[in-house]
Design a protein around this ligand. Sequence first.
Ligand SMILES: Nc1ncnc2c1ncn2[C@@H]1O[C@H](COP(=O)(O)OP(=O)(O)O)[C@@H](O)[C@H]1O
Ligand SMILES: [Mg+2]
Length: 392
Amino acid sequence: MKFFNREKEIKEILSVIESEPQLIYFIYGPINSGKTALIKEVIKKIDLDKYIPFYIDFRMKNIVDIDDFAEVLLEVRDDIEVKTLEESIERALEIILSNIKLLKGASVFFGMPINIPISEKVFQKFLDGISKKEKKVGNIYTYIEKLLLRIRSLGKMPILVLDELQMLKDISLNGNKTLLKSFFQFLVGLTKAHHLAHVFCVSSDSLFIEYVYSATELEGRAKYILVDDFEKKEALEFLNFLEKEILKKENFLSQSEKEKVYDLVGGKPVYLVSIVNDLKTKPLKKVLSYFLQDEKAKIKMELEKFDYIKVRVKYEDQEVEIKKEDVIEIFRKFKNQDVLKKDEVKAPAYYYLVKKNILFLDPINEILKPQSRLTWHAINKALEELNLGKYK
Ligand SMILES: Nc1ncnc2c1ncn2[C@@H]1O[C@H](COP(=O)(O)OP(=O)(O)O)[C@@H](O)[C@H]1O
Ligand SMILES: [Mg+2]
């Protein structure tokens, strides 16, 4: 499907790319707001004679240790018959450039085939020969840095897109140092220190973004770009766009029906796409009532859990128990408003709700809100049905 709008965000990211790398950019926002789609669209727009984009999705694999991390970061190839690091870099460069050529010639854009290749032999040397974990990642960083330097020597600028970076958060390196910390240091080196490459990190996990925002090693070295669900105006235009794209028909829905859609589910692109798809076979009323029913059932299930088990969440490195009353108290605050100031709400109960993807925390703007307008309605409906509107 074609990409819709996001002109403001695209402009912002392109202008970052046009200047010298200085900071690490974090692209954050509620789940399914279109962050990945946006960054892929940006890559489609850049001049591939000048830029070499790499796209790494940390959710490709369940990462539990350094070896998994290395295998996601690098594309290990058994067809690169070389033994030394330098030779591997030269071969990797050839592969990257030929992939770029393919990408330029393609009339259709198929995802992003550009990884960071490495010869299996060289990679094995990294992993086997050294027992100390820290050295192992050190080797990987050196390899990438050298490759990026080589790309710069050709007059081209590398762009690293690291999607779902939160997957690295819980991996420990040694003692109290985490893999993520070492990776951030590496990324600061690439941007602020050596201006070698642009770095964009993408994440839907707002607790991770909060952690990053308060990480001292990133202070003054990172910037944040919020990609939120569409506002009303864009959402209504997106519905027009989807009618044409999916239903091949203009004004399938009347203006007031479109407003009804927005008023219930809000501007999350996946919801709007899904609704328009459902309209092929079902009337709008049915489609919308199913959406609300489904989301409300999820909220009720979360609340009912408290009656049977002790609900715990990790907060400030400790497992703490969450009380049902505290969760309900937060829900009740959303009765007449769909956004709250972070400090109006009790932690750690809100941590639990963020973790469950019911609430979205924007640590930069210090606000807390339901993951979508649909979730907001579902919360209110669930309270009403459980007779919890006036919970004491
Ligand atoms: N601007 C857009 N135009 C068209 N479709 C979009 C747009 N933004 C998001 N989508 C649709 O929504 C889906 C979810 O977006 P995605 O980028 O995966 O969300 P996120 O990465 O924020 O979780 C995409 O697969 C795409 O189908
Ligand atoms: Mg994504």
